[in-house]
Write a protein that binds this ligand. Structure first.
Ligand code: 1HN
Length: 361
């Protein structure tokens, strides 16, 4: 029999919706060099974003069903998203407004920028006051509504796992039936947050995931300051992770939150990793080199580090501390044994360049 022509054979297979392994050569050849970063390094300057937030109040006069959240699209991605897994944005709510209760399978966090003791988000019945730089979790499938009964506009950072949930094709959404707002628990003793510390009731089975959580800035800041006396990470300075205090794991199962301090004059070493991250500048000024780009940041700017791009941070001030809040997708990569990081100083020939890091237990 005459040998079959491979191109003709590929065509025959295509008719049957089949392809041979040899057609994956391209993917495998490219993967010799690891992943190609998804998206670009980019910075959203507060000077540009803030006026748009104010204008959004006119363009979208009420915030009942929709959220007045401006979400950052990475210029290097086709679909909406700040990275290929994470979405970051900034939300504004006017005095007297309520953003209706709803829930979705996308997990979210709020990091308060311009807060108020009397503004709050309700998460599964728990009232979470929004004071400056508090972190509030609205985990997967928890009911949440935002309230601003004060006479001052409230602004916060939103971060969600929307692009990941979309790529897994697992979005579910439900508006709260009937009322605009969910009933709240009246007694603090009923709060799940109370069970997330050093004590818990013996008569209950603790909820381990997806419980309402507010990390007060006052407490986090004092811990950050104490830990910043240590040498810290060579790549991230004094960086700490907000943990799920019951399970001891990452903030949420699909995204984790970090707060990091770059000490006066600190410049970190260069590395890259398979996770991506989106940043918010709490205070200070500096530069983050990402790939070929220098992102120059100052207070309240947001910027993005796509996965597998070399990067390093530098605090521009010799006297002031810089503080960065960020969200990353490390928990997703770690869960599947796909988290790898490469320090630049391992680039010498003959050295195994990429270090797979085992998932936390
Ligand atoms: C959402 O539900 C909120 O509840 C904010 O405040 C931003 C971005 C995309 C999809 C859902 C909120 C969102 C969002």
């Amino acid at each position: 029999m005459a040998p079959k022509d491979i191109n003709a054979f590929n065509d025959e297979l295509r008719e049957l919706h089949i392809s041979g392994q040899w057609q994956y050569e391209d993917l495998l050849e490219k993967a010799i060099h690891g992943p190609r970063p998804k998206g670009e390094p980019y910075i959203w300057k507060w000077n540009n974003v803030y006026p748009k937030l104010v204008q959004a109040c006119d363009a979208l006069p009420e915030s009942y069903t929709a959220r007045r959240s401006l979400l950052f699209d990475n210029p290097g991605l086709q679909a909406h998203g700040t990275t290929h897994t994470l979405l970051m944005g900034i939300q504004i709510i006017k005095p007297g407004e309520i953003a209706w209760a709803h829930r979705h399978t996308m997990a979210a966090i709020r990091f308060v920028i311009q807060g108020n003791r009397n503004a709050y988000t309700v998460v599964d019945g728990e009232v979470c006051p929004m004071e400056d730089y508090d972190l509030i979790l609205t985990p997967q499938w928890t009911w949440h509504d935002h309230h601003n009964p004060t006479d001052r506009t409230t602004i916060w950072l939103d971060a969600l796992d929307v692009p990941l949930i979309r790529s897994l094709n697992a979005p579910f959404y439900e508006p709260y039936a009937g009322n605009r707002v969910q009933p709240v628990r009246l007694h603090e003793s009923e709060y799940l947050q109370l069970r997330a510390g050093p004590v818990r009731p013996t008569w209950e089975k603790p909820k381990k995931e997806n419980f309402p959580m507010r990390y007060r800035w006052k407490e986090i800041e004092s811990k950050l300051k104490a830990l910043a006396k240590e040498p810290g990470s060579p790549y991230d300075g004094a960086s700490i992770e907000y943990v799920n205090p019951i399970a001891g794991r990452s903030t949420l199962s699909t995204l984790s939150c970090w707060i990091q301090m770059l000490r006066p004059g600190e410049r970190t070493q260069r590395h890259r990793h398979t996770s991506s991250a989106a940043y918010f500048v709490v205070q200070g000024e500096g530069t983050t080199l990402v790939g070929e780009k220098a992102l120059q940041w100052e207070r309240h700017d947001c910027f993005v580090i796509p996965n597998w791009l070399w990067h390093e941070h530098a605090n521009a001030s010799k006297t002031e501390e810089a503080i960065l809040f960020s969200v990353n997708d490390i928990p997703v990569l770690s869960a599947f044994g796909l988290y790898r990081e490469q320090p630049e100083n391992s680039l010498r020939a003959f050295e195994a360049p990429v270090v797979p890091v085992p998932a936390p237990k």
